[in-house]
Design a protein around this ligand. Sequence first.
Ligand SMILES: Nc1ncnc2c1ncn2[C@@H]1O[C@H](COP(=O)(O)OP(=O)(O)OP(=O)(O)O)[C@@H](O)[C@H]1O
Length: 367
Amino acid sequence: MARIELKQLAHSYHTHPQQPEDYAVRELDHVWEQGKAYALLGPSGCGKTTLLNLISGLLQPTQGQVWFDDQDVTGFDPQTRNIAQVFQFPVVYDTMTVYDNLAFPLRNRGLGAQVIRSRVQEVAEMLELSHVLKRRAYNLTADEKQKISMGRGLVRSDVSAILFDEPLTVIDPHHKWLLRRQLKQVHERFNLTMIYVTHDQLEAMTFADEVAVMIEGQVVQIGAPHELFENPAHTFVGYFIGSPGMNVLPCQLDHGEAILDGIRIAVDPALAAKAQQQGGQLELGIRPEYLSLSDETAPGYIPVRVSHIEDLGTYRIITVRLGMHNLRVKLPEEQSLRGEDAFLYFPPERTKLYAESRLVNQAITSK
Ligand SMILES: Nc1ncnc2c1ncn2[C@@H]1O[C@H](COP(=O)(O)OP(=O)(O)OP(=O)(O)O)[C@@H](O)[C@H]1O
């Protein structure tokens, strides 16, 4: 397993890229630590597969380098880089048994029969393939075939890293959950460096130690799942992570308060000062979980109109109208609302400010 370092890496599919928009992956410096499980999360077309293929060597970068430990591997092909890659659709040898499919990469590397048997059995057990080891692959289900593809990546203990490109696309929802859990177990047991591409936040958040969020060819934040939830570094991370996503509203600032359609909202004064210094387009962000909504007014509460209630069993999503904007509030099921008129509170310690879509960083609250 290797530590993977990307140095000023960028890729464009244009012959003569002129502007940032011409790049599928914009300039990036990043280290993927050995033995960690990473997810690469972002919407369709943001550059996830391109970045994965730059790491594996399927693509040569327009600019920059890829290092594995102390070696520059930029010019190396995937085989020389010793990368295992699992794709969206299963790649299996239909006429071989499941055992032979799993043993194939190990036989190729000249390992002994005993080592091969024990490794294949171990991986087959973890992926719940033990009962089909003697069967030929052609009449297995799509789920089982994809498990074989994954198993062929996982069976090699000498790989630099295992890269997964949306590997659970063909798997039905119940098995998806099981496979995700199995992959996590395999990761914990074998101490593998894994990078897992997905556009599904749940998949990313449950699989990874750290999630890299991409948009328009840029990695805008890399962090542990709770960090992305609590401190989205970019408004896109705020929207994309969470269900529903963060409320993000354009605002101005005046004397330590945010002004939104003429309505004043108290925010951390030191944060407001910093945001004002940074300037540009300012936005206020707050998660639906952290807003308080009440029938009764109290200091700091702002009158709003309830426009929609969505009951989701253990909680409800309330849409309220504030000035010209809608906000969503997550309320516990037991909290009732009497009518359409309610009062909304923004806890200043939970209210974020963004300048040009970037988080204005933690201020020390002045007392
Ligand atoms: N071979 C190619 N030639 C030209 N443009 C490409 C090629 N492959 C990808 N692109 C473009 O590069 C950008 C990034 O594509 P990429 O496939 O890396 O994104 P992605 O996040 O993996 O998307 P998806 O989730 O849909 O696979 C897109 O605008 C895409 O159209």
